[in-house]
Design a protein around this ligand. Structure first.
Ligand code: NAD
Ligand code: 0WE
Length: 255
């Protein structure tokens, strides 16, 4: 207990109580963290606000990550309210539904740009604006998927965006290491969330995990949250630029 006591941070990417960001928020709260949340739009604010308030959070802010100004405004508000922060959770991704269905070579320029902008680029301004508030060092965690490093059927342009995201984790870790700001990713196995509900044969992905992964089961939001908790805590004080797999060992056998 108390791994995060005295620490404050912000979580981007809660949509509902199935979100990986919410599993992470619960673990951080259990271990004593004080949390701020962002939401994409007014429809999601209705879901996020009660969840955030149930963990005692008082800072609940809008943020569409396609806007540098909105990202900057989140950290400006955190500076006003808290002065400094200790951690950031980036748990945001989006691609056009068609691009997760059609053959990869059909990916449009606009679809590529959109997936890259929301799912990869957004981490960069997030760390840029968070860093000045991390005056005593800090830790940033983003969420990724095996499709970054393998050609997973239908993951398509999201795989390219996750490859850019994982590479950005390394470049950000290299740049901000001297400020004692660590940047890492958690690569989760398939979990039934809102983002997964739009995927054609997602059930099949879950079954493949249950049959072929070393642990013979899928993983939960709470298990992903536990790894994010570790990376955000001082337990991981020597860890940066890493992609940490929470996938029941699937990546070591997948072929
Ligand atoms: P989710 O739908 O709960 O979360 C995705 C979030 O992205 C939502 O909160 C949504 O509002 C937000 N988002 C989309 N566009 C945005 C924008 N322009 N600005 C701000 N926010 C925006 O689904 P999830 O599965 O919890 O996804 C969270 C992260 O986990 C994503 O990065 C996803 O790629 C990653 N991931 C998911 C799985 C899985 O199987 N569910 C596996 C590995 C990694
Ligand atoms: O990152 C993801 C999913 C991200 C995602 C999901 C959607 C669905 C609805 C991004 N954009 C959208 N756009 C929509 O309109 N995952 C890791 C979950 C996921 O998605 C897959 C997977 C897995 C796993 C798609 C194909 C194959 C496997």
């Amino acid at each position: 207990m108390g791994l995060m006591s005295g620490k404050r941070g912000v979580i981007f990417g809660v949509a509902n109580d199935k979100s990986i960001a919410w599993g992470t928020a619960q673990k951080l709260h259990e271990h004593g963290a004080e949390l701020a949340f962002t939401y994409l739009n007014e429809a999601l604010e209705k879901r996020v606000r009660p969840l955030a308030e149930s963990l005692g959070s008082e800072i609940i802010l809008p943020c569409d990550v396609t806007s540098d100004e909105q990202i900057e405004a989140v950290f400006a508000e955190l500076e006003k309210r808290w002065g400094k922060i200790d951690f950031v959770v980036h748990s945001v991704a989006f691609a056009n539904r068609d691009d997760l269905k059609n053959p990869f070579s059909q990916t449009s320029r606009d679809g590529f740009r959109l997936a890259m902008d929301i799912s990869a680029y957004s981490l960069i301004p997030m760390v840029r604006y968070a860093a000045p508030l991390m005056s005593e060092g800090g830790s940033v965690v983003t969420m990724t998927y095996l499709g970054a490093v393998r050609a997973v059927p239908q993951y398509n342009v999201m795989g390219v965006a996750k490859a850019a995201l994982e590479s950005s984790v390394r470049y950000l870790a290299a740049e901000f290491g001297e400020k004692n700001i660590r940047v890492n990713a958690v690569s989760a196995g398939p979990i039934k969330t809102l983002a997964a509900s739009g995927i054609g044969d997602f059930k099949k992905k879950l079954h493949v995990m249950e049959e072929r992964s070393p642990l013979k089961r899928t993983v939960t939001q709470e298990e992903v949250g536990n790894s994010a908790l570790y990376l955000l805590s001082d337990l991981a004080s020597g860890v940066t630029g890493e992609v940490h797999y929470v996938d029941g060992g699937f990546s070591i056998v997948a072929g």
